[in-house]
Design a protein around this ligand. Sequence first.
Ligand code: ACO
Length: 322
Amino acid sequence: MRSVVLGVGSYLPERVLANEELATLVDTSDEWIVQRTGIKERRIAAPGETTSMLGERAARAALAAAGLAPEDIDLIVVGTSTPDYTFPSTATQIQAALGVHRGVAFDLQAVCSGFVFALATADKFLRSGSHKRALVIGAETFSRIIDWTDRTTCVLFGDGAGAMVLEARESAGSMDERGVLTTHLRSDGRHRAKLHVDGGPSATQTVGHLRMEGKEVFRFAVGQVTDVVVDAFAATGYTAKDLQWFVPHQANRRIIDMSAAKLGIAQEKIVATVHLHGNTSAASIPLALAVAAGDGRIGRGDLVMLEAVGGGFTWGSALIRW
Ligand code: ACO
């Protein structure tokens, strides 16, 4: 059994927050932000617009691309660190909004690795034969946990959602057949202090704000994270040369370029949307996939490598025959 991608979709809030406007809020500049991160602008959810609302819209777009209806879905996995509520889960909120009343829906929290963790989890469900069609969603409203007076973090993040529809299909196991070929997940909780939110229901009874040691995160993202891509190559026998597309977590253009160079992945194979979206955490990879599939870059049969890193630290890869 293999999980085959049937469609991807995304949703971005309407409000654009450009670097020039940010420079009126904190002591920063378009030049500093672009030079350090590549980010030009990001989207910000409207008041009252929640993570599940963004996720539902992305899910509907992915279903339309797949040519399916909500009732065709029996598994919904949502990667998010900014749920509407502590509970019920964002996944069950989206399930209800879509009008799906069967199967199972749950959230998964791995910060910016959330989509790759959700994809790996859904893939294991589908391969087991327990479920037939999955919606894998990354949806975030990081604008709600940003300290808008902290210029070292508020320039980096944005809101949005992306989704993918997967279907379980019989497979002879060949690497040429479509589907998720391999996934590799890792975490190391010793790094909590480097990237965390300083609030939460059990510890502080507050929502809290994102705190980050930027240089440490940068060092880890470039130094360590490529191991999961190397694992994916080892598991499948492919090399960087075989890839059509590299779709990494969109945190920072410098991290993306340095990771690709370290892995020997050619610059023209990188899908980058960070300049337009900022870092949308778990939503960043499916947003980038939706852009590159939508404009015809990623096509049937392409070999696509996903790679993500997030707070925890968590990190992971997924290699897909599209
Ligand atoms: N505008 C202008 N100046 C700034 C800004 C800003 N927005 N932010 C910081 N500075 C200043 C600093 O105060 C410092 O000034 P000083 O030298 O007078 O003290 C100077 O710029 C340099 O600061 P550094 O922190 O050394 O800058 P650095 O080159 O490390 O770049 C950055 C900072 C962009 C945050 C970088 O470290 C980075 O990209 N780190 C990774 C962050 C990331 O991707 N996080 C998300 C991970 S995924 C997840 O799970 C959420």
